[in-house]
Design a protein around this ligand. Structure first.
Ligand SMILES: Cc1ncc(COP(=O)(O)O)c(C=O)c1O
Length: 384
């Protein structure tokens, strides 16, 4: 039996969206909602008064954020590290996994570079081959990926949906194939986590990374790293002081120690006790937990279904529903996206992104029918 989903709507004011802006670009950056802004304002004031910042403040908010992210992901608090960027998290995964010489690392064509460059660096050092899965004509990434997985592959570095157009990967199927071939699965779920469900227990990645400032509705310069318990004894990329055991004993920091805090905490980036950003992350994650990711996915899926139907009248094509994510869509036309249309959208105050050959449209709960109609009306002006 499938669980009933609640269709959610928010209002523009809650996200501080001015009337003249049509923002269909959460995949670029989330607008900041009221509770996140309020948490940031209070936190900034706190930081201006260092005499009120206690040693506990270096730990407590970090652990609250860690716990909230873990809850969203379906993981344990100690499996989560607080970092600043996806590239750092992937570099950390690459350091721990150290792919064997002569093996292959599999990525997708046109994958976001933060889940590519760290692998290229390690591949050069260790004589490992990088293999790109070509974009499949029928939109079925899952089958295309499966065709590349075998015992010669050491790492599959993948997203849940492609950042350019939301084309979907069935991670439960890919995860199972990875386990059969002894492949470590490393995920960048920046463009999906918070907007569509992920069953961690079934996918079983070795590492998973997500940036905080898109579908997690948090501030820039925040990201999260999940490490499977089997990979929590690796060498930290950032040998900072706060991840050492008993680092809360500030007077004792002069006595250097090798022992690290248990769990994935050892992979935290330096200055992870972000007094300004952690309260904002916590407010954002709490909101997502309140709304429920399955409800968000159902709501954005319903919105995009209508948009796709209307866009078809202008000759826009999208992937079949089985091969695309609910929240992020790529609109393509056989003759491409005219430059004049891209400029026309900008001039009309419409924010979408062009990525590769697609207009990427990525709404959130603040978008309504007027936004759809405005976007399509402006498209119509430039398309024959
Ligand atoms: C799929 C994906 N991963 C990661 C990022 C951001 O990466 P980083 O935190 O390394 O800047 C983006 C930003 O657009 C993205 O789309």
């Amino acid at each position: 039996m499938t669980e009933e989903k609640t269709l959610l709507r928010s209002d523009r004011a809650f996200f501080n969206l001015p009337q003249e802006v049509t923002y269909l670009n959460c995949a670029y950056m989330s607008p900041m909602c009221q509770p996140v802004l309020a948490a940031g304002q209070a936190a900034l004031l706190h930081e201006t008064r260092p005499w009120t910042v206690t040693p506990q403040d270096f730990f407590e908010d970090s652990d609250r954020v860690r716990a909230a992210f873990a809850t969203l992901l379906g993981a344990k608090t100690q499996d989560v590290a607080l970092i600043n960027s996806v590239s750092f998290g992937i570099a950390q995964a690459a350091q721990v996994l150290a792919p064997r010489r002569g093996s292959r690392i599999v990525t997708l064509a046109e994958q976001f570079p933060s889940n590519v460059y760290p692998w290229q660096a390690v591949a050069k050092r260790r004589s490992v081959d990088m293999v790109q899965v070509a974009r499949p004509n029928d939109g079925n990434w899952t089958e295309a990926i499966l065709a590349h997985l075998n015992n010669d592959v050491s790492i599959a570095a993948l997203p849940h949906c492609h950042w350019t157009d939301g084309s979907l990967i069935d991670l439960e199927v890919v995860g199972e194939a990875c386990r059969q071939h002894g492949i470590a699965l490393v995920l960048d779920v920046t463009q999906s986590l918070g907007a569509m469900p992920l069953n961690l227990a079934k996918v079983k990645p070795a590492f998973l990374v997500a940036a905080g400032y898109k579908w997690l509705l948090g501030p820039y310069h925040t990201a999260f790293l999940y490490a499977d318990p089997a990979y929590q004894l690796g060498e930290p990329l950032d040998p900072n002081w706060i991840t050492r055991r008993d680092s809360d004993q500030f007077a004792e920091l002069v006595n250097y120690r090798d022992a690290l805090a248990p769990g994935a905490v050892r992979y935290d980036g330096g200055q992870r006790s972000k007094f300004l950003l952690n309260p904002m992350s916590l407010a954002a994650l709490s909101l997502l937990l309140d709304w429920g990711v399955a409800n968000i996915a159902a709501s954005l899926g319903a919105y995009n279904r209508v948009l796709i139907e209307k866009a078809a009248a202008l000759g826009f094509e999208t992937l079949p529903e089985a091969f695309r994510a609910p929240h992020l869509i790529g609109l393509r036309r056989p003759d491409g996206v005219p430059a004049a249309l891209v400029q026309g959208l900008k001039d009309a105050g419409i924010s979408v992104s062009v990525r590769g050959t697609a207009i990427r449209v990525s709404p959130h709960l603040y978008n309504d029918e007027n936004d759809q109609n405005h976007f399509l009306e402006v498209c119509g002006r430039f398309l024959k």
